[in-house]
Design a protein around this ligand. Sequence first.
Ligand code: AMP
Length: 398
Amino acid sequence: MASFKTLDMIGDVTGKRVLVRVDLNVPMSDGKVSDATRIERILPTLTELSQKGAKVILLAHFGRPKNGPDASLSLRPVAEVTAAMLNQPVGFAADCVGAEAASTINAMANGDIVLLENTRFHAGDENNDPEFAKALAANGDIFINDAFSAAHRAHASTEGLAHLLPAFAGRTMQAELEALEKGLGKPAKPVLAIVGGAKVSTKIDLLMNLVKKVDALVIGGGMANTFLAARGTSVGKSLCEHDLAGTAKLIMIEAATAGCAIILPVDGVIAREFKAGAASEVVGIEHVPDDAMILDAGPKTIEAINAWIDRAATLVWNGPLGAFEIEPFDRATVAAAKHAAAQTRAGALVSVAGGGDTVAALNHAGAADDFTYVSTAGGAFLEWMEGKPLPGVDVLKG
Ligand code: AMP
């Protein structure tokens, strides 16, 4: 990843209208924000710009409106929560372009913050319509993107706009990009990847990319079963994509060619039912009964994974090692996460994790705070792990 422009290069912003693309796609229930993590993450950029005297104008999408404005997908309640968290008023305009936005912005004083309504109320956002991008650009002098989670899409508010105004990464985007650079861009070696989760089918590109970049790859969770079955190990009634045996073999061949060690489970925790507290036992991976399911990695596998974590200088992690939502099948995920957290705390490991259920799994293990970086971006983090270009990031390169 080439270097990108940050707020340190922006110059004097006093009185400038700064359009900031943020991620406010927060979980809501009954019209109220139920998890404010994403809002928390953008506060440093907003505070910094406001204190420097900029007129801070927030652009964000919310949900997936299909046919224009939809009151149930309004960002208005998010403005109120953001204001409370900033301890500073946050104005609101009922449209992100046109007269409504212009009159609200014209009334702003230096240091004020205003949130514009859901950009996806206009089809031009997702279509990256040049006319819509121009209408957005009319409201600003500078563009800042602080929404890494939306950077894998070339939309008007993430990509089109960056061609029309001087464009910079916000503090949260900067932190994310710097962490990713340490994870796979220019990582300290050896690099270990842990990839778990349910299915190989959703992670083929990711696995193909990783085997070329890392020194060792732990494959865990349900997807490990597909690899075990492909090499001829019977996995009983476990979750397994038998039709992907060829793909699994290809990934193993690519790994061997690239000199990447593949670490598969050597034992498993099996059960006959997929429910909390189900009777379970540990078996060697060659001894899974026909009527049983592997729901977690066993103690010998955990030992092997932890030994790899000890050897590694960098760890990149996506996906749980077992059905971690159901006890006792959370043990391998919790043990490896705690071990990686301890190694990171000790200064022996750079640990970067993200995507899908990974954040929930690391929180469940109480390990997230000790990781070097945990990305809350789902799709963008996975596309980065897949080695794909991120259009919203590419336009910020210096
Ligand atoms: P993903 O979204 O692909 O990262 O998959 C996460 C899901 O995989 C979680 O809901 C886990 O419960 C599930 N999972 C992990 N290991 C297993 C397993 N051995 N059998 C069934 N489901 C699993």
